[in-house]
Design a protein around this ligand. Structure first.
Ligand SMILES: [Fe+2]
Length: 296
């Protein structure tokens, strides 16, 4: 037993006011203030995305979830076996609202918070302020995160040791003259919870994905993006590997949010690893030049 889901994501952002508005109006998340930070809800969990004040405008930590104390101990044992130092943090566990938590730094330099026992608020049903019907979370976790790493083979081996399985690879040209190989890994039925590429990128995070329960919620979000002048990064399209219909927009921190619906799921008993040489079956037209992504 090992990691079972992407539990939460912590980011740092310069403009919390812009994030609060973006969270409510565009993402359709519930946004609560918590000791100078923002905590966003998209399901029955107390929170799923925490935005902390700071100059970074980038990823701060990834919260990976284990389902039981035994699975949590298994992950720590695997870190011990690889001489990866970790810290059990009682104060941080309390702050995150989880039963037990340990932090470590992964081979790409990303701070990971592995935990079990997140706070559920079934007594306070999630109500989207933008009218989103709901997001696909539950056993599949928050969604997926894609990050830039130094060495993708080393990174794949590390996460395989903590229970992630290879889904597929996409080798494609994200922009003229730029080659990228993206590795997609899963730890539950979601096609990928973690993906990564060894590409030069101005930020650690490449994108974070939220999956809606209804196709209309992707279309309605795209309407909100256009109406509110949120920069669209990649237009509506459908991915070759997870078959998700989605679009990408810039967050107030200028990294991308993918908003999608209809991904196929993985059954480990039958899944065969694939390779793709295109990111999309159709669509996903690039709307923002890579060099413009880091500017206001
Ligand atoms: Fe994605």
């Amino acid at each position: 037993m090992s990691i079972s889901a992407l539990g939460y994501v912590v980011v740092e952002a310069a403009d919390l006011e812009a994030w609060a508005e973006y969270g409510r109006k565009i993402l359709g998340a519930e946004v609560n203030e918590s000791e100078g930070a923002l905590e966003m809800r998209v399901d029955e969990r107390a929170w799923r995305l925490r935005v902390e004040q700071g100059p970074l405008d980038d990823l701060k930590a990834i919260g990976f979830e284990t389902s039981t104390p035994v699975a949590f101990a298994d992950v720590l044992a695997s870190l011990d076996a690889q001489d990866v130092p970790y810290t059990k943090d009682i104060a941080l566990a309390k702050a995150r609202g989880v039963v037990e938590l340990a932090t470590f730094v992964d081979p790409a330099g990303v701070t990971i918070e592995v935990f079990y026992g997140a706070t559920q608020l079934f007594q306070k049903p999630f109500v989207s302020p933008a009218g989103v019907l709901g997001f696909v979370t539950g056993d599949q976790g928050l969604g997926h995160i894609v990050i830039a790493v130094r060495d993708d083979a080393e990174y794949q081996a590390f996460w395989a040791s903590l229970g992630f399985k290879l889904s597929d690879y996409i080798e494609f040209m994200p922009a003229p003259g730029m080659r990228a190989k993206v590795t997609f890994m899963h730890c539950n039925a979601r096609h990928h919870s973690l993906a990564f590429a060894a590409v030069p990128h101005p930020k650690r995070i490449i994108h974070l994905m939220l999956q809606t329960q209804s196709l209309d919620d992707v279309g309605l979000a795209l309407d909100r993006v256009k109406k509110n002048g949120v920069p669209l990064a990649w237009d509506l399209g459908r991915h070759t590997n997870d078959h998700m219909t989605s679009f990408y927009m810039l967050s107030p921190s200028k990294w991308e949010f993918e908003y999608g619906w209809g991904a196929r799921e993985i059954n480990d008993a039958t899944w065969t690893v694939e390779r793709h040489d295109s990111m999309s079956i159709w669509g996903h037209e690039l709307k923002i030049k890579p060099e413009d992504r880091t500017h206001g």
